[in-house]
Design a protein around this ligand. Structure first.
Ligand code: 5GP
Length: 214
């Protein structure tokens, strides 16, 4: 049977929805099963972040050069900084039949959907807007102004939620991790991801029915 291609899985969600935590747990719980795309960004490295682990940190000039040289699958601006998904790594893994997860914001997600119409788009949200606000305030690291700014971005992002395939309501982290895993597992059985397999079966059956493949 034909080896199916890997899935491009896009995980987006409001700032404070917990998508980063879901990703971390998913990679730990299923080692080797998922591959995370590492983005390039012009934003400043935060404390605890490492080059090549969270992001490839780029200067504005480097980032613009990558855009010019068509090195990104998609790129977008978020909160004044540029972010982009390097194309080569994603294509290589997908061709090897591996599932790649892109943790990116909404505008980039929609660009990916155009290039990979079969990409699986997941949107992570807390159970309610009030809960989202509580989580942002609860971090204790953000000023009122930053919290208000994040909520305003979330409000705009929420308009694009219907373009996603699945909603992951992140109440308990363990449940969300399992839900994301199950959604991706199930997608592998969807007929739309098994076109080659179906065509192969159809060809074999046609040959059998003609009696030329006993
Ligand atoms: P942060 O700066 O907090 O790490 O990320 C800010 C936002 O940028 C998050 O919503 C994150 O998912 C998104 N992001 C990270 N990498 C990329 C990327 O390569 N492309 C796009 N479009 N968004 C990204």
């Amino acid at each position: 049977m034909a080896v199916s291609k890997g899935l491009v899985v896009v995980l987006s969600g409001f700032s404070g929805a917990g998508k980063g935590t879901i990703m971390k747990h998913l990679l730990n719980k299923y080692p080797g099963r998922y591959h995370l795309s590492i983005s390039a960004t012009t934003r400043e490295k935060r404390q605890g972040e490492e080059e090549g682990r969270e992001y490839f940190f780029k200067t504005r000039e480097e980032f613009d050069r990558m855009v010019r040289d068509d090195e990104f699958l998609e790129h977008a601006t978020f909160n004044g900084n540029s972010y982009g998904t390097p194309k080569a790594y994603v294509k290589q893994l997908v061709d090897q039949g591996k599932d790649v997860i892109l943790e990116i914001e909404v505008n980039g997600a929609l660009q990916v959907k155009k290039i990979f119409p079969d990409a699986l788009l997941l949107f992570v949200t807390p159970p309610s807007a009030k809960e989202l606000k509580n989580r942002l305030v609860g971090r204790g690291t953000e000023t009122d102004q930053v919290v208000a700014q994040r909520l305003s971005i979330s409000s705009k992002e929420s308009l694009l939620m219907p373009s996603y395939d699945y909603l992951v309501v992140n109440d308990r982290i363990e449940d969300s991790v399992e839900r994301v895993h199950q959604i991706i597992e199930s997608a592998h059985y969807a007929t739309k991801y098994n076109g080659e397999r179906i065509a192969e079966l159809q060809e074999e059956l046609k040959a059998f029915s003609k009696g030329d493949n006993k």
